[in-house]
Design a protein around this ligand. Structure first.
Ligand code: HEC
Ligand code: HEC
Ligand code: HEC
Length: 89
């Protein structure tokens, strides 16, 4: 019984701890600013699991993620793949 109470408290804690994503994120670097419209991607792709593993949470977007995961999907789905499609001065 005690165990059940503890499990329920843990579940409640996870339940109220859901993060909300911003509509869009920008990344500044020497090649130019990249804007990632999270909301537009959510709406266009529907499935969170296209980008998130498990419960959607923060992803560290670095050069590697961008040029592998972002660009990789764009290649498959006819999204932007040229440098200046993403990087704006
Ligand atoms: C096209 C890829 C993609 C899709 C589809 C996507 N996300 Fe994300 N999401 C990201 C990326 C990238 C980040 C990290 C952005 C950053 O912090 O720089 C993120 C961040 C988040 C975060 C963390 C916000 C924070 O700052 O703590 C949440 C929550 C989230 N997404 C929820 C969702 C949900 C729910 C869905 C589906 C309805 C979804 N995402 C679909 C790519 C995606
Ligand atoms: C799972 C597939 C997928 C992933 C991952 C993905 N995209 Fe996209 N993205 C698309 C598709 C499909 C389009 C074209 C949508 C359209 O034309 O309506 C697009 C369009 C774009 C556009 C141009 C339209 C706009 O929203 O301004 C930019 C810029 C962009 N993506 C940036 C990113 C970045 C940065 C990331 C990674 C953080 C990323 N995308 C990850 C599928 C993806
Ligand atoms: C799908 C969108 C997309 C495309 C296409 C793209 N990039 Fe990026 N690039 C990004 C994102 C997002 C980052 C990570 C932003 C950050 O960490 O500041 C990034 C990071 C970089 C960085 C900064 C690395 C650093 O650590 O400072 C350089 C330089 C760069 N890209 C050059 C290029 C070049 C050159 C091309 C074309 C061959 C290209 N990118 C194509 C989205 C893209």
């Amino acid at each position: 019984m005690k165990k059940l109470v503890i499990i329920m408290m843990l579940l409640a804690f996870v339940g109220v701890n859901v993060a909300i994503a911003a509509d869009s994120y920008t990344y500044d670097n020497k090649k130019g600013t990249v804007t990632f419209n999270h909301k537009a991607h959510q709406d266009a792709l529907g499935d969170c699991a296209k980008c998130h593993e498990g419960e959607p949470a923060k992803i560290a977007v670095d050069k590697d993620f961008a040029h592998t995961t972002c660009k990789g999907c764009h290649k498959e789905m006819n999204g932007p793949t040229k440098c200046n499609d993403c990087h704006k001065k």
